[in-house]
Design a protein around this ligand. Structure first.
Ligand code: ATP
Ligand code: MG
Length: 403
């Protein structure tokens, strides 16, 4: 068994000592069976949230009403422990609106979305797999637990999750599940945008994004995503790009805006309800890309955007095939060679300027700094006091003539 399960086994042992059942469940079991890197380790148990809290010294209540308690085992490690349950409808990101705690593991596995996600593993690594998830994993198939149509009526997000997993795992969607998605796709309208956004981002980051985006369009699911309705062909173009090479959300959304040829960027990004920070950074990327398209990677752009922003914009352009990947080395070099990296690096400060000019602070200081930045970057003067003083005196003369 994977090393990461070791601590988890101790939690399971403690629960068993107290007369409860407990198993590893969900994504970590699936990923272990596939020899993939595992993410969070989840544990399902017959113990109620109160019983879990009574057994472990350090717990965090993240949703006892949904049956979920986090058990903290060390500073770095904690595990989500969830009481066996069945679900009501989901409207928020993670939890169904109402749940019923149930007695058996099998009932809990039955409420899970796909057979590959409905496998349990006991503390010794023994697999319990009532819905034959293991053989579906072997055949690389995504299949709902039970009748697809019924499962999609309970929670329509599962349709999008199927496509997301097909991207992450490079799996196929089994025929009945596929047909049900095509038929029931309009149910996706009922799902909150936050849940859709989360799945969409995971979809775009997957290695199997090519097939997944094609699947998104052939099932027609895309027509129930914000501003994607008329963009089927654009999405197929997007499918051809190595989208998974992008690391940040803001790069991802900037790419989407470009490939989908979005007119109203603000409305588009807002309709996906992205955090303000992501929206702003995506727009910043778009601005830099626009400038680079006109002027190339000139010093001024790299200085104004900073290294991180420049590299992110470059990464988007590389995915688009507009730039060579290796250009990033050059961007690094240009940045490192800049005489200053921000106003703070200029050795004359505001006080010095007031003294040299013999004038009070005013708008002129900002204007001077703007010109001075460019003069320094283009090496028209040097960042040391004597040279700067001379440059400032010249500038003031011209300023006096003009104003
Ligand atoms: P990832 O590695 O991307 O986190 P995961 O399988 O862990 O994949 P999660 O979204 O974290 O996916 O969900 C954990 C588990 O909870 C799933 O494996 C599945 O068993 C169950 N699950 C999550 N969302 C749903 C849902 N909407 N309907 C039914 N079961 C769900
Ligand atoms: Mg998970």
């Amino acid at each position: 068994m994977h090393k990461a399960f070791h601590q988890g086994s101790l939690i399971i042992e403690r629960l068993e000592e107290n007369g409860h059942e407990a198993y590893f469940v969900g994504g970590s079991v699936r990923d272990t069976l596939m020899n993939r890197v595992i993410g969070d380790i989840d544990i399902a148990t017959s113990a109620t949230p109160e019983e879990i809290q009574a057994i472990f010294p350090k717990t965090i209540d993240v949703g006892a009403e949904h049956g979920t308690i986090i058990v903290v085992t060390s500073e770095q490690e904690s595990y989500e422990v969830t009481t066996f349950r069945t679900d009501g409808t989901y409207t928020d990101n993670r939890h169904p609106d109402n749940v019923t705690f149930v007695k058996s593991l099998e009932e809990d596995l039955k409420r899970r979305d796909f057979t590959m996600n409905a496998i349990a593993m006991d503390k010794d690594g023994k697999i319990l797999d009532p819905f034959h998830g293991e053989s579906d994993i072997e055949r690389r198939v995504i299949r709902t637990v039970g009748k697809a149509t019924e499962r999609f009526k309970e929670d329509a997000l599962r349709m999008l999750r199927a496509v997301r997993f097909s991207s992450q795992l490079s799996f196929f969607v089994e025929t009945d599940t596929f047909i049900a998605i095509q038929k029931d796709r309009a149910l996706l309208e009922m799902v909150s945008i936050e849940r859709k956004t989360m799945e969409m981002e995971k979809l775009l980051k997957g290695q199997g994004v090519k097939n997944a985006l094609e699947l998104l369009v052939t099932t027609g699911l895309h027509t129930f995503l914000p501003h994607f309705e008329e963009k089927g062909n654009h999405l197929k173009e997007l499918a051809k790009l190595p989208v998974y090479e992008l690391q940040s959300r803001s790069a991802l959304w900037a790419l989407l805006v470009i490939v989908l040829n979005v007119d109203d960027v603000e409305t588009f990004l807002n309709s996906w309800k992205l955090p303000k920070k992501v929206t702003k950074a995506a727009q910043e990327n778009l601005k830099v890309i626009e400038q680079v398209k006109r002027m190339g990677w000139v010093k001024e752009i790299i200085y104004r955007s900073g290294l991180e922003q420049s590299l992110e914009a470059h990464q988007v352009m590389a995915v688009l095939g507009w730039e060579n990947k290796s250009k990033s080395v050059q961007i690094h070099k240009i940045y490192n060679a800049l005489p200053i990296h921000s106003l703070k690096d200029i050795v004359l400060d505001g006080h010095d300027l007031v003294e040299i000019a013999g004038e009070k602070r005013g708008k002129w200081i900002a204007m001077l700094y703007q010109d001075l930045e460019m003069a320094l970057i283009h090496e028209k003067t040097q960042n040391e006091r004597a040279a700067l003083k001379e440059w400032v005196c010249n500038w003031l003369q011209k300023y006096d003539q003009n104003y």
